[in-house]
Ligand binder design. Structure first.
Ligand SMILES: [Zn+2]
Length: 376
């Protein structure tokens, strides 16, 4: 039923809103791993539906009384039914094929998962389970629900008899699976549409298997198809060759990165040569495009060709180096002269770095260096 006209028999207020009890209801309350239904009562949207001590409470943002016209959010319900029935099916196949029992079930907004009692699942097992589960969907077996009294519990091959005393509600995938369950289910397996295992991971000694059913699987297929189509267009290869082509492109990129590094090192050597030929120590160089490593490499290359001091400015950072014996200690120079001007950094006697968050401090230190180093 997607709509129902009934009576409000009581109401109360809690922190979440106004809790209404109906004479009878079409709204499923959170329980058994399945989230609650949504919809409206007299046009007022439901916030929550929960069960307490056998009473179902409908939470609304405002109070209501008298007659209640209930409308179920059918898309949400159908989605929950597809996922939940799909879970029974998948759990049944895992147990039938490999003896892996389902320990818990999660039905989330984005995906569903079951935790099965095995430390690992192979790709072959995953594929075999998926194939068999979808065959049962295509066979369109009816789902039956009925109640068994405690005496009848052993009359059907239940996978697990819960600790509950009293009557048990059974959801049967006809002749294939018998599970005690309070959830909502499709009428026959065909309505599940499709089941797809999307990934699995180790979880507390078990394996957590993530899957999608019905419309969720269709939307996932749509997204993935679009990604594939875009990549086929971008790389101009057939879909079957996408993986090998992308692997090849990544390998090629690594090769090129290595070549670029080698060329950069060569270029730095030429630059150092040019700088040494055109000037004398101290060498003051400004290069806003260099990385710190490149600046350090350039300083080393210059000092391989000449004696003296090198100062390289990259935006608000200075890289300093020298090869002039023990009189000049760059780390100390930074500490004593740059830090009072707001510079942050330090270094060894022959190599140092300093960063100025403030441009004025940098300008002051830059001109101080020109005086200090010239007098060497
Ligand atoms: Zn169930």
């Amino acid at each position: 039923m997607q709509e129902l006209e009934t009576q409000i028999i009581s109401s109360c207020q809690d922190a979440e809103g106004h809790c209404i009890v109906l004479e009878e209801t079409i709204f499923y309350p959170t329980g058994g791993g399945q989230p609650h239904d949504l919809g409206s009562i007299n046009g007022v949207p439901l916030i929550d539906v929960f069960e307490q001590d056998g009473v179902i409470f409908h939470v609304l943002p405002q109070p209501l009384e008298g007659k209640a016209f209930c409308v179920l959010d059918w898309n949400r319900r159908l989605d929950h039914m597809q996922q939940h029935s799909g879970q029974h099916l998948l759990s049944a196949v895992f147990e039938d094929e490999y003896g892996y029992r389902t320990e818990s079930f999660h039905l989330g907004e984005e995906y569903c998962s079951i935790d099965i009692g095995t430390p690992s699942v192979s790709s072959q097992e995953k594929s075999a389970v998926e194939t068999r589960a979808n065959q049962v969907i295509f066979a369109n077996l009816p789902l039956l629900t009925y109640t068994l009294s405690p005496k009848q519990h052993t009359s059907v091959p239940l996978r697990k008899i819960p600790d509950l005393e009293g009557d048990l509600r059974i959801v049967e995938i006809k002749g294939f699976d018998y599970s005690p369950c309070s959830g909502t289910h499709v009428k026959s397996t065909g309505q599940i549409g499709l089941v797809k295992i999307i990934r699995w991971e180790k979880y507390k000694g078990m394996t957590r298997v993530y899957f999608l059913c019905g419309d969720r699987a269709l939307r996932d297929y749509g997204r993935k198809h679009e990604i594939c189509t875009n990549l086929v267009g971008l790389l101009a290869v057939p879909e079957t060759e996408l993986h090998s082509r992308i692997a090849l492109e990544i390998e090629r990129r690594h090769e090129l990165a290595g070549q670029v590094e080698a060329l950069k090192a060569e270029l730095i050597g030429y630059r150092a040569q040019e700088i040494v030929e055109q000037g004398n120590s101290p060498f003051f160089i400004e290069d806003s495009t260099a990385s710190i490593e490149e600046a350090q490499q350039l300083a080393r290359s210059i000092l391989n060709l000449a004696n003296g001091t090198v100062v390289i400015k990259i935006d608000q950072r200075l890289v300093l180096a020298h090869n002039q014996g023990k009189d000049l200690h760059l780390g100390q120079l930074i500490k004593e002269q740059a830090q009072p001007l707001g510079g942050r950094g330090g270094g060894s006697p022959t190599g140092a770095q300093v960063f100025f968050p403030d441009g004025a401090g940098l300008a002051d230190f830059w001109s101080l260096l020109q005086t200090l180093l010239k007098s060497d």
